[in-house]
Design a protein around this ligand. Structure first.
Ligand code: PXL
Length: 276
């Protein structure tokens, strides 16, 4: 049977992030992608003067309808949410749709490079930390992990610092904690994860690409979700997602048109479908 994922995040109409990444990536991996938009924005929040229509009041009626249809989700994956209240709504949604075989993945999208995104504050970070307790797998970047655990953000660090962060993330409650954007040696970057049941770490590093684009975190998370639904272990899913994201950034950098607001994942999706 085809797996079915519910993803809950905003629609940034222009910008190549959140739903406009999750849908094509998860679909390309042969997994049905159901969406629940939390807000409609004209663009993502790195543009100036973006519009935003909050859709919180739609969450409950949509869920009620799905319940009456007995919809089953193999995974529920949350990304960028709008407000602290919406995070509370997610707790209810998880409780409603969590079946025995449902994997819940939370990407607490709210910050990068030591700073919160424009729409968020510390109260929001605290709410995201709470939501992690309700997840099976969490995939924050280092900045988000620091905000959620009250750890000092550092530009330079060693493996001991990353393990300390993973331990603090593990205390938030998810079974598997994965930190993204982890660079353990010069010229490398990747992920490091901790699996509580196995008391085991997993590290994957590939060559660092010196560029940052919007939506790459969403590309990584969506790929992980799709690959896990294809039957890959979380470790293999992370490795494929890290390689795919880095490759897509490289392809985007090579584009003479110099896109600035998102990556050229449209060019690389066919390769992702072949990834092992
Ligand atoms: O890529 C994460 C993301 C998703 N949605 C919106 C954003 C961002 C990052 O800033 O602004 C609206």
């Amino acid at each position: 049977m085809m797996k079915r994922v519910l993803t809950i995040q905003d629609i940034s109409c222009l910008g190549k992030c959140s739903v406009t990444i999750a849908l094509p990536v998860i679909s390309a991996l042969g997994v049905e992608c159901v969406i629940l938009p939390t807000a409609v924005l004209s663009t993502h929040t790195m543009f100036r003067n973006f519009t935003c229509k909050d859709l919180s009041d739609q969450i409950e009626p949509v869920c009620r309808h799905w319940q009456s249809e007995n919809v089953h989700f193999d995974a529920i994956y949350t990304g960028y949410l709008g407000t602290a209240e919406q995070i509370d709504q997610m707790k209810t949604l998880f409780a409603t749709f969590r079946a025995e075989d449902t994997t819940i993945i939370v990407d607490p999208v709210m910050a990068d490079n030591g700073r919160l995104y424009p729409a968020f504050d510390m109260a929001y970070a605290k709410k995201n930390a709470e939501l992690c307790a309700h997840a099976d797998i969490i995939v924050p970047n280092i900045t988000e992990a620091c905000f959620m655990t009250g750890t000092e953000y550092r530009e330079t660090y060693d493996e001991a610092y990353i393990k300390e962060l993973l331990s603090a993330l593990n205390d938030l409650g998810a079974r598997i904690s994965v930190l993204t954007g982890v660079s353990l040696s010069e010229g490398k970057t990747g992920v490091m994860g901790y699996d509580r049941d196995k008391d085991a770490y997993y590290v994957y590093q590939n060559d660092r690409v010196d560029a940052t684009y919007h939506g790459t975190g969403d590309l990584f998370s969506s790929t992980c979700v799709g690959e896990m639904m294809r039957g890959k272990s979380w470790q293999d899913a992370m490795r494929i997602a890290a390689d795919y994201t880095a490759h897509t950034i490289r392809v985007t950098l090579d584009n003479p048109e110099k896109p600035w607001y998102g990556v050229d994942f449209e060019k690389t999706l066919p390769e992702l479908m072949q990834a092992e």
